[in-house]
Design a protein. Structure first.
Length: 430
C-alpha cells in the first residue's frame, strides 16, 4: 500500500478476507501441482509410463506456468484482478475435468499445460491484491500466510487424495477435485474485490502512470533489475525439493529406497507442506519484525542445505524420524517467501505484478528441472524392471538428489548478492 493509500486504509479483517479468498486459487493449483505423488502409480499401471514420460507430464504444468507467468503479471497490472482470476480459475477447472477423462498422453499433456497457464496467475493475483489492501510493512507476513494456504493444498494432494483415489479411483477423484474448484470460484465471485472502497481513483491514477511508463519501458525496468533475478533464482532453488519430493518423486524414493508403504510415504511427504505451512508465515513475521530480508534468506538457505544433506545421506530411519526430517526441511523452505517482498520492494508500485511475474517465471523454471531428475534416475544404470514397473535404487536416487543439493548451494550464493530492501524497522545497509 503506497503512502497515498494510507488515507483510505481498509478494515484489517476485510483485507485478510479478500486476499485469502483470492489465495484459494493458489490452494487449488497446489493440489494440481503436487497430485502426482498420489496418482503416479495408477498412471503407470494404466498407461505404462516410464520415469521420463511421468516427468514430462508433470513438467507440462511448469511449461505452461513459465510460458505465461510474465505476461500474467502485465495483465494483472493493467486489468481487473478479480475478473482475470475468475476466468483463469474456470479454465483450470475445465482442464482438470478433461484430464480426468483423457486416454491419450497428448490430451493429458494439453490439460496439464492449460492448468499451468491458469496457475501462472495464482500468487501474482494474491500479491497484487495484497499490495492494495495492506501496508508494505505487513507484506512478508501476508505473503507467508498466502503461501501457507498453497501448502495446505499440497498437503491435501498427498495422503487425503491417496485415500480418495483408493476408494473412488483416480479419474473420479480428479472429477471431485474439479467440483471443489467450482465451489471455490463461487466464493471468489462473491467476496473478492480489486481495491478497498475509496481507492478507485487511485487505481485509475496507477493505470495512467502505467500508460505513461509504457509496455517496453516497464519491461526494461523489470528485466534490468538484478534484485528480480536474484530473488527469483533464490525462491526457485529453495523450492526445488518441494517440486521434486512433494510433487512426484518423494513417494517412489521412500517406497523404493526406504521400504515404506505408499500411505506412509505420502504421510512423510505431507510434512514438507505442513512444515511450509508453519514456516512461511513464521519467516514472514520474523522478516517484518526484524526489518530485514537478506539475513533471514541467508540463514534459511544454509539450514535447507543441512536438511537436504540429512535426507540424502542419513541411513533409513524410523517412520517418526523421517516425519521430523521432512517437516524440518519444509519449515526451513518457508524462508523462500521473503523473496517475494524483496521483489515488490525493489520495483515501482505500478509494476508490482509485472516484476513479481518475472520472478515467478524464474521460480517456476525450477519445476522444469523435474524431467532432469527423472533423466538422472533413468541413466544411473541401476534401475530394475519388475512386473513392468521400474524400480530405482539408493544409488539412482542419490545421483538425482545431488541436483537439489547443488540448487540449494546456488540459492545460498544468490542470497549473499541480494541487497537489503526492507525499511519498516531497523533497516540495514549493505
Amino acid at each position: 500500500m503506497t503512502p497515498a493509500m494510507q488515507t483510505a486504509q481498509p478494515n484489517m479483517l476485510r483485507s485478510w478476507i479478500v486476499v485469502l479468498t483470492s489465495a484459494l486459487f493458489f490452494f487449488y493449483i497446489f493440489i494440481q501441482m503436487n497430485l502426482f505423488n498420489s496418482i503416479n502409480s495408477e498412471l503407470v499401471k494404466e498407461f505404462h509410463f516410464n520415469a521420463k514420460q511421468l516427468g514430462q507430464l508433470f513438467a507440462f504444468f511448469s511449461y505452461g506456468n513459465v510460458l505465461f507467468v510474465f505476461p500474467a503479471g502485465m495483465l494483472l497490472d493493467r486489468f481487473s484482478v478479480r475478473k482475470i482470476l475468475l476466468i483463469v480459475f474456470s479454465i483450470s477447472v475445465i482442464a482438470t475435468y478433461v484430464f480426468s477423462t483423457a486416454s491419450d498422453l497428448w490430451v493429458m499433456n494439453a490439460a496439464r499445460l492449460a492448468i499451468g497457464l491458469a496457475g501462472a496467475f495464482t500468487l501474482l493475483s494474491a500479491i497484487k491484491l495484497a499490495s492494495r489492501w495492506f501496508d508494505p510493512c505487513h507484506m512478508a507476513l501476508v505473503v507467508g500466510v498466502v503461501v501457507t494456504m498453497a501448502m495446505f493444498g499440497g498437503t491435501i494432494a498427498q495422503t487425503p487424495l491417496t485415500l480418495l483415489i483408493q476408494k473412488f479411483g483416480w479419474r473420479h477423484s480428479m472429477q471431485l477435485v474439479a467440483a471443489l474448484g467450482v465451489i471455490l470460484i463461487a466464493l471468489q465471485l462473491i467476496i473478492v474485490r480489486d481495491e478497498p472502497k475509496g481507492l478507485e481513483k487511485l487505481d485509475i491514477k496507477e493505470h495512467k502512470q502505467l500508460e505513461r511508463l509504457g509496455f517496453w519501458h516497464s519491461l526494461a525496468i523489470t528485466l534490468t533489475n538484478k534484485q528480480n533475478w536474484l530473488s527469483g533464482i533464490y525462491i526457485s532453488l529453495v523450492n526445488l525439493p518441494l517440486f521434486v519430493f512433494g510433487g512426484i518423486w518423494g513417494v517412489p524414493y521412500l517406497t523404493h529406497v526406504h521400504n515404506f508403504t505408499k500411505l506412509e510415504a505420502t504421510e512423510i511427504t505431507s510434512m514438507l507442506f505442513i512444515g511450509m505451512m508453519i514456516g512461511s508465515p513464521l519467516a514472514g513475521w520474523i522478516s517484518d519484525y526484524l526489518g530485514r530480508r537478506k539475513l533471514p534468506m541467508i540463514i534459511g538457505a544454509m539450514f535447507a542445505i543441512l536438511a537436504m544433506s540429512a535426507i540424502m545421506f542419513a541411513p533409513t530411519l524410523h517412520f517418526a524420524a523421517e516425519i521430523c526430517l521432512y517437516f524440518a526441511l519444509g519449515l526451513i523452505m518457508g524462508f523462500q517467501v521473503i523473496g517475494y517482498p524483496v521483489i515488490a520492494e525493489s520495483n515501482p508500485h505500478t509494476i508490482t505484478a509485472t516484476a513479481t511475474g518475472f520472478g515467478s517465471m524464474l521460480i517456476m523454471s525450477g519445476g522444469m528441472l523435474v524431467p532432469l531428475f527423472g533423466w538422472l534416475l533413468e541413466h544411473s544404470g541401476n534401475a530394475q524392471v519388475i512386473d513392468n514397473i521400474t524400480t530405482y535404487t539408493l544409488a539412482d536416487f542419490t545421483l538425482a538428489n545431488y541436483m537439489m543439493l547443488v540448487g540449494l548451494i546456488i540459492a545460498l550464493l544468490a542470497s549473499f548478492l541480494i541487497k537489503e530492501t526492507c525499511t519498516c524497522k531497523r533497516p540495514i545497509k549493505n
